[in-house]
Design a protein around this ligand. Sequence first.
Ligand code: COA
Length: 252
Amino acid sequence: MSDNHILVERPEAQPGLMVIRFNRPEKKNAITSAMYNRMTAALEEANGDDAIRAVAFLGTEGCFSAGNDMGDFLSYAMSGSREAPAAAVFIKALALAEKPLVSGVDGLAIGIGTTLNLHCDMTIASARSQFKTPFVDLALVPEAASSLLAPKIMGHQRAFAMLVAGEGFSAEAALEAGVIWKIVAPEAVEAETLMLAASLARKPPQALKIARDLVRGPRDAVLARMDEELVHFSAQLKSAEARAAFEAFMRR
Ligand code: COA
């Protein structure tokens, strides 16, 4: 990967913040294994550093992320690899993150570009944002414990519409479903997200951690669901129906 496809910043103006920024706009911020690895390392660094008190995810103008890189899906499918994909390690790091996670979405949020936000404590989005998880259309299944978290957050009907039927959710619909916290103008997404994360970072850290852990509840069920999903996801990734879907995208 180009070293700057994921930018990890500690803005001087916002002490206590780590910003993880997707920066591959020419590919709609599609996420490669190297990008997952960089984000995993950043989350682990944040856990171990008392100076970091909140983490913010941001994308680029008009695009949060178009999800997993399709080329990577195809290579993994063809490789016969039995190793856990980098994405699987990243989503566990998300579930195990100890500092508050905030995200700012402007535009496309597809696949893990949507499910990542289910792990965030607060998400700000622009009205032009679109949340979509076309897992089943790609012959895949939900990941990142979204099959557990989405029904809890949105109720069965909306979770099914998103995760199984592959229906897109506008920012308005995502707000109504409880997937995001607030809608702002596109040009305000970054500033509002950083302001929100910085306000969390200023809170007394011990109380913040205890309160966050209480609200989120135990992580065991989330981690167990990730493992359960991964068994099916990995098998489906290697299926003929999934390979056909990836190849169709690559040939477009
Ligand atoms: N993986 C790899 N490359 C991707 C990508 C992905 N998930 N999403 C977009 N890209 C690439 C395109 O191949 C294209 O590359 P190119 O310019 O070298 O051809 C570039 O990003 C721009 O995308 P494009 O499709 O031309 O833009 P668009 O505005 O017409 O459509 C999307 C944007 C996101 C709707 C469309 O690219 C798409 O459906 N992507 C796949 C999303 C997806 O299913 N992700 C996996 C979910 S599990």
